[in-house]
Ligand binder design. Structure first.
Ligand code: MEV
Length: 337
């Protein structure tokens, strides 16, 4: 039995613009998906995921066909989760040259699902890592990240960037620009996450930005401006490379850029009333800055605040279902057992 766990992430800067080749800086957070893989003597795959939906689910299907499983699953969220696990199994089989390998797989996660925190990427990364290790064919991190990206890409019909899967694999902060992905140095930023309990439709939101960009030159400029925010932010991080704890000046400057980034994302139509309410609650409570994280439309915001004020304010904000502090996960995917 092999157990691997991989972190979720927040976008410090750059979601949506990254789809158009601008850089983005996501950062891994200490909320993890844990996947257990136990090889079987047949080619079946049995997936147990008690906490991935309201009621959880267990399914078993015949593996080895390369097709997505045709199983009766109780909800769209579960179907999506099932799709990610299945894609991870297929990547592991391919990597280990074991097309008929069967597994008993268990998935647990404390990352809110589909909320912009990279929950599906964490499941895919931990799943491929656990399954290949269980077959005695562990992958190096670059190949693991690449295979996880292809698994997500397939399930999301080509809508995935490399950001979530690379960040979850490597941990820490990373820089993504097209197919170029590199870990970057970052101090342990005091992230606070607010979650509205919902989730936007990433495909629709990405398509909406694409339409705006085609219709209006200034929307294309807005996307480029997000790229400029990212470039400014990464320079600040690079200059602060020796700081283990971020200085108040760094936090103030990063926060200002996060506010700017949120405004540009709002202009592109991907914020939501609940996200704006949480962003303003955090700012009013004294956060250095706050923005939506991920595709938007609903889901999560991330604020920078070393005090407890934003977390407390968010927990009393109408529309915020959960608020929590999120440490930078300096370690990416790791083996637990
Ligand atoms: C979704 O979490 C982030 C987007 O930039 C899409 C992507 O990068 O795959 C909107």
């Amino acid at each position: 039995m092999t157990v691997c766990e991989a972190p979720g992430k927040v976008y410090l800067f750059g979601e949506h613009a990254v789809v158009y080749g601008e850089p983005a800086v996501p950062a891994a957070i200490e909320r993890r998906a844990t996947v257990t893989a136990e090889p079987r003597s047949d080619d079946h795959v049995r997936v147990e995921a008690e906490d991935l939906s309201l009621n959880g689910f267990t399914v078993e299907y015949a593996g080895g066909t390369g097709d997505r499983p045709d199983v009766d699953v109780p909800a769209p969220l579960v179907e999506a989760a099932m799709g990610y696990v299945d894609a991870a199994v297929r990547q592991a089989r391919d990597a280990a040259d074991a097309p008929d390998a069967g597994f008993d797989i268990t998935v647990e996660s404390d990352i809110p699902l589909g909320a912009g925190l990279g929950s599906s990427a964490a499941v895919v990364v931990a799943g491929i890592d656990a399954a290949t290790r269980a077959l005695g064919e562990p992958l190096d991190r670059r190949e693991l990240a690449d295979r996880a990206y292809h698994a997500e890409y397939e399930v999301q019909d080509g809508q995935a960037s490399r950001a979530d899967t690379f960040c979850s694999t490597m941990g820490g902060a990373v820089r993504i620009e097209g197919d170029d992905c590199e870990p970057i140095e970052a101090p342990n930023l005091p992230f606070v996450v607010g979650f509205d309990g919902g989730a936007g439709d990433t495909g629709e939101l990405v398509a909406g930005v694409g339409e705006l960009r085609e219709e209006y030159g200034f929307a294309a400029d807005t996307v480029e401006s997000i790229g400029d925010v990212v470039r400014t932010g990464e320079k600040l991080l690079a200059d602060a490379v020796s700081e283990a704890d971020p200085s108040p000046e760094l936090l103030a400057e990063l926060g200002e850029l996060m506010d700017f980034n949120h405004g540009l994302l709002s202009a592109l139509g991907v914020s939501a009333r609940s996200l704006d309410a949480m962003v303003w609650a955090a700012r009013d409570a004294g956060a250095h800055g706050a923005k939506l994280t991920g595709a938007g439309g609903g889901g999560c915001i991330v604020a920078l605040d070393a005090s407890d004020a934003s977390e407390t304010a968010l927990s009393f904000t109408h529309g915020c279902e959960e608020a929590f502090r999120a440490e930078l996960a300096t370690e990416g995917v790791r083996v637990v057992e």
